[in-house]
Design a binder for this molecule. Structure first.
Ligand code: NAD
Length: 638
């Protein structure tokens, strides 16, 4: 994207806003790109800190890009604006709560959305040109993007003053008010950035810091505290009218320009937040979102944008006069939103899901229940709750951010991939969760990469119980970028996702795991059959082994003996569960890989042969793989 430059350099993740002609106004796409980058870098050991800065002389960021909000809002469509705000506020919270240092370089204008971006970082640097403000009341809105969190914590009544007059803060003021941390002269910024990038160590900021310049607002603090202490908007307006200082006259003039309803709501928000115990940015954002959700329909926001930005007549027709805002209007703006409450959930994605069998159907249903738009396709015509059924795999893939496949084998996967990849958008991700051979996973990865489609092989462990309960473990191969895109989906479908390395490594991890599972299940069943013949009760056998050195998942979590241990397919007549046929498939994949890699796997080989006999020559097909126990218990040594 040309409006933003995201990359890693040295030990730093770097985000530079590159839209100086628009004073680096933050668009929705920029917002999403920043979120994806910080998500990606959170667990990246090569990124020690993030440097956030902007091109051009005039502004770090002069606010959010509201043109599209106006265009949609004036047609009565409020959904775009609400989604933008929800996603932007989630980013604001992420920046505040980020586990690694984020160093923001705040030059020139830093307003509204720019404060949301640069003002919640762990290390906020200002310079001679910094002019920071929360000017939303001027366009009929209220301070948002976590601005009320900063305003509520500013000294004395400074928060009320700044939020209601939209006054600018110089570098010294911003530090005094708690909107910034450190003053570093701008001619020292390049050297500081270089040091941060080369070392990943924020100690360089202390070395580059210079004493903060004077803060004119600090000198005005006694007046501000006296004049802005009123309970409601009219109290403050009256105080300002009665005071004959130039400061009061200027402040009153500023209030006169701004939307009265916005002023009254801003004041109420700051009071509520300051009074709340355990104030967090999330509390502030949740309160702000109550207003954002309603402001286009019931506030002065659209009129404010019209007057300031569209018609530029600067004569907005506000709904109320300065000292005649009904208290009930303020309460209505701040009423809880019920089901629309800001919940910081990840952005809803468009998902295509192909293969809605025992595993795929519950996985797709969980994604739909979490709010994602899921289109599903299965040749057998199956579907899942909340999923929109479509007629072809290509249709499921078209327009999807992520396409998930959950198919029986590598051959089917290859043919589905060949069919859908040309229908997928560039940059979308093909996420295969089936268990297939490493060769098929790599072949699909090549096909996808050639079409600029991201790809992950992410087989699962946890069975149908894990698929239904959203507790699967994913073993993932593919690029870190594709992994970051899919991470929120792994979090819904599973309890853990391990990024194992490049394409194919998820499948490699899966078949190694399942080779162990096949072998330990056989060993557990053998031991039970032997214990039977030695006259040991199965209960005693379980009690000992499950807490001794013979314990394993097969014994402790999936005990093959009916009526013993936790509930398992053994208690259900050995209905799968995890079918012996699938275990045979996975063991064969492990032996195929072992052969290709020249690895000696004698027990894996023996387990494969035993499951082959059970499934192909005996009655094992369609039974759970733990039905190895009734098979063995009947037999003698001969
Ligand atoms: P399943 O047979 O129940 O589901 C596979 C689905 O794919 C079926 O509904 C089938 O109709 C559909 N399908 C086949 N060809 C298709 C095509 N060309 N287009 C669209 N759909 C197609 O199998 P499952 O148990 O859900 O397993 C799926 C994958 O997950 C397998 O690779 C399996 O090894 C793996 N797995 C299963 C378990 C388990 O416990 N069942 C555990 C871990 C991994």
């Amino acid at each position: 994207m040309s409006d933003i430059h995201i990359r890693t350099e040295g030990h730093a993740g770097r985000i530079t806003l590159t839209r100086p002609k628009a004073l680096n106004a933050l668009s929705y796409d920029m917002c999403l790109a920043i979120e994806a980058a910080v998500d990606r870098w959170r667990d990246d050991p090569n990124v020690a800190l993030i440097v956030l800065d902007a091109d051009g002389d005039r502004a770090f960021c002069a606010g959010g890009d509201i043109a599209e909000m106006y265009a949609t809002g004036t047609t009565g469509d409020y959904a775009y604006g609400r989604q933008f705000w929800r996603d932007e506020y989630r980013l604001n919270a992420k920046l505040d709560e980020y586990p690694k240092p984020i160093v923001s370089f705040l030059h020139g204008f830093v307003m509204g959305g720019g404060v949301g971006l640069g003002g919640h970082c762990s290390h906020r640097i200002v310079c001679e040109s910094t002019q920071l403000s929360m000017p939303e009341v001027g366009i009929g809105f209220v301070p948002d993007v976590g601005g009320t969190y900063l305003l509520a914590r500013a000294p004395g009544r400074l928060g009320e003053y700044l939020g209601m007059t939209a006054a600018h803060m110089s570098a010294g003021d911003a530090i005094h008010a708690g909107f910034a941390d450190t003053f570093v002269p701008q001619d020292a910024w390049d050297a500081l950035k270089t040091a941060l990038i080369e070392t990943g160590d924020v100690a360089h900021i202390t070395a580059a810091a210079r004493p903060a310049p004077a803060a004119p607002l600090a000198a005005l603090q006694p007046q501000i505290d006296r004049l802005f202490a009123g309970e409601g908007l009219s109290d403050i307006v009256n105080m300002l009218r009665q005071d004959d200082s130039d400061f009061a006259a200027t402040a009153l003039k500023a209030l006169g320009r701004n939307a009265p309803l916005s002023l009254a709501v801003t004041l109420e928000m700051i009071h509520r937040l300051r009074g709340s115990t355990g104030l967090t940015i999330r509390k502030a954002l949740e309160l702000e979102y109550r207003v954002s959700h309603r402001i286009m329909e019931h506030g002065d926001f659209l009129e404010g944008i019209r007057a300031a930005i569209i018609d530029k007549d600067r004569s907005p027709k506000w709904r109320h006069a300065l000292d005649k805002v009904p208290a009930v209007e303020v309460s209505k703006m701040l009423m809880p939103l019920g089901k629309d409450t800001l919940d910081f959930r990840e952005r809803a994605m468009n998902i295509g899901f192909i293969g809605l069998g025992n595993m795929g159907a519950p996985m797709a249903a969980n994604l739909a229940a979490a709010g994602h738009a899921v289109k599903g396709f299965d040749v057998a015509g199956t579907t899942a709750e909340g999923v929109t059924q479509v007629a072809t795999a290509a249709e499921a893939a078209t327009g999807a951010d992520v396409v998930i496949t959950m198919l029986p084998n590598g051959e089917i996967l290859r043919s589905v991939a060949a069919d859908i990849i040309s229908h997928m958008s560039k940059g979308a991700v093909l996420l295969d969760c089936s268990t297939v051979d490493v060769g098929s996973a790599r072949a699909v990865a090549e096909l996808a990469s050639a079409a600029d489609v991201g790809v992950l092989d992410a087989p699962v462990s946890g069975g149908i119980g894990g698929a239904a309960g959203g507790t699967l473990t994913f073993m993932v191969g593919g690029s870190p970028e594709a992994f970051a895109t899919a991470k929120p989906l792994f979090d819904i479908m599973g309890q853990k996702a391990v990024h194992c390395g490049a394409s194919g490594s998820g499948q490699a991890a899966k078949i190694c795991n399942n080779m162990i599972l096949g072998v330990t299940m056989i060993a557990t069943c053998e031991a039970f059959a032997l214990a039977d013949k030695l006259g040991l009760s199965r209960e005693a056998m379980f009690d000992v082994v499950s807490t001794s050195s013979g314990y394993s998942w097969s014994m402790n979590a999936y005990c093959p003996a009916p009526g013993v241990g936790p509930q398992s397919p053994a208690d259900n007549g050995y209905l799968p569960g995890f079918a012996a046929d699938l275990m045979l498939k996975d063991l064969r994949l492990s032996q195929q890989a072992a052969e290709a890699a020249d690895a000696d796997t004698p027990l894996g080989q023996a387990a494969t042969e035993l499951y082959r006999t059970f499934v192909e020559d005996e009655d094992g097909s369609g039974k759970d793989f733990s039905a190895m126990l009734p098979r063995l218990e009947k037999r003698g040594r001969g």
